[in-house]
Design a protein around this ligand. Structure first.
Ligand SMILES: CC(C)(COP(=O)(O)OP(=O)(O)OC[C@H]1O[C@@H](n2cnc3c(N)ncnc32)[C@H](O)[C@@H]1OP(=O)(O)O)[C@@H](O)C(=O)NCCC(=O)NCCS
Length: 412
């Protein structure tokens, strides 16, 4: 018997839930003009509240999305967000009750995986979430950043709704694509781009190639890349050293030519001291565009996607595997015990079996390996799994290997 209970919220309760979440992060409730954008992101049946004495004391939500997995398949993904427990109710099991209810409901509803971004990394492993993608934040010193190459296409600024429409269409073509990328829900663009254009002066640059083939139509030319960015003005008063910073918030391109042209554009905007980025893929070769690699610094590399395999058989069956000898992996899942058991992974597919496992791991550890971002060998070396058959490690790594580093690229 607990002193609180968990329920699905209805639309009369979303604003309270949002205020509670913001309060847990030490922010004021959203004012009316912000709430106009936010309310669109509350879909029926996807937000939970915990209640005690008739008051809401905790909340969690999930946006409807899809995730690309190795091999190119796309699975249903619940993008979990807005987790918060009121400060006078923390460490009394409220989040655990919310997680239990949410994981069960998402699985029953047909979501194959859930993903989230963690404000603190010590919380979500116990609920079966593992770090599955990482990203890096760059800082480029423009005084040193001399490009090795020149643009080959045209980059132009597109204002307002037209810019957002072009960016959204190209994004939807490219993501989900690389393993780890996800579909954005319509309210994402309102919250992050439309609102950002008003509040932070966000700009959208779109790139067109010279060939014009297979671009996004409906525009005067064909577009094969875009960047959303803002410039945060510095301070040029004597003795004050706050640099003017161009921040690349979102950059997607269909091909390497478009990608390079967008970066050359970002590096070429006048009166900018440095260019920084929001989280970019680990394998993005920005430094190779520059004569001086050291002009580009990685200021942070950290966890991006926390992945939860809600339906382990469906998730394992959705991705492809490289050639190699089969391996039997044993999975333990305390919150969704129907996932617990042995799975035989082979190049031609996955079967649930009664065999004794050759590798035994918790479901959060399996999630970390699932997109190929970390090897079984690394997890064995750090004692995150039990190795029953020593040769199983190399077999598992051969099967799960990927050629491209997973990355999501959508913050929520
Ligand atoms: C983080 C937060 C949601 C946790 O809620 P809670 O109701 O206190 O969590 P619970 O009581 O259910 O704790 C569950 C477990 O997580 C641990 N835990 C909870 N918060 C933790 C934290 N911040 N750091 C480390 N461990 C934490 C608890 O100790 C407990 O451990 P146990 O299972 O070994 O007993 C809540 O503290 C909060 O709202 N914080 C501010 C907002 C925030 O960080 N939101 C997360 C956004 S991603």
């Amino acid at each position: 018997m607990t002193d609180h209970d968990v329920r699905v919220l209805d639309d009369s309760q979303y604003r309270t839930a949002h205020g509670l979440f913001r309060g847990a992060l030490h922010h004021k409730p959203a004012p009316d003009d912000v709430w106009e954008f936010v309310r669109e992101s509350y879909d029926p049946g996807r937000t939970f509240g915990a209640f005690a004495d008739g008051e809401m004391i905790g909340t969690v939500q999930a946006f409807p999305s899809r995730l690309a997995v190795p091999g190119g398949a796309v699975v249903r993904n619940a993008a979990v967000s807005r987790v918060g427990v009121r400060a006078d109710w923390t460490r009394r099991g409220v989040l655990s009750a919310l997680q239990r209810a949410q994981l069960r409901a998402l699985r029953a509803d047909g979501d194959v995986v859930a993903t989230l971004r963690a404000t603190e990394s010590a919380i979500y492993g116990r609920y079966g979430y593992g770090v599955a993608t990482r990203y890096r934040f760059l800082k480029i010193d423009r005084r040193k950043a001399v490009p090795r190459t020149r643009p080959v296409g045209r980059v132009r600024l597109v204002e307002g709704e037209e810019g957002e429409r072009i960016a959204l269409a190209l994004f939807d073509e490219l993501s989900p694509g690389r393993a780890g990328t996800i579909a954005r829900w319509p309210a994402w663009w309102g919250m992050n781009v439309r609102r950002g254009a008003v509040e932070e002066n966000l700009k959208i640059a779109v790139r067109s190639g010279s060939s014009g083939a297979s671009g996004i139509s409906g525009t005067s030319d064909d577009v094969d890349g875009y960047a959303v960015f803002k410039v945060v003005p510095g301070d040029y008063e004597p003795g004050v050293h706050k640099p003017t910073t161009l921040v690349v918030m979102d950059l997607w391109a269909r091909n390497a030519e478009a990608w390079a042209d967008l970066w050359l554009f970002a590096l070429g905007v006048d009166l900018v001291d440095q260019v920084t980025t929001f989280g970019r893929p680990l394998d993005e070769p920005v430094e190779w565009l520059l004569t001086d690699h050291r002009a580009c610094q990685v200021v942070q590399e950290t966890d991006e996607t926390w992945l939860r395999l809600l339906d382990v058989p469906a998730a394992l069956a959705a991705r492809t595997y490289r050639d190699g000898e089969p391996v039997v992996i044993g999975v333990r899942d305390a919150y969704l015990p129907e996932n617990s058991g042995s799975y035989r992974i082979a190049p031609d597919g996955v079967t649930r079996v009664d065999d004794a496992p050759e590798l035994l791991l918790d479901v959060d550890v399996l999630a970390s390996t699932y997109l190929g971002g970390v090897s079984f060998a690394t997890l064995a070396a750090t004692r995150r799994l039990d190795l029953v058959a020593p040769t199983a490690l190399a077999r598992a790594d051969a099967l799960f290997a990927v050629s491209e580093v997973p990355w999501c690229g959508t913050y929520f």
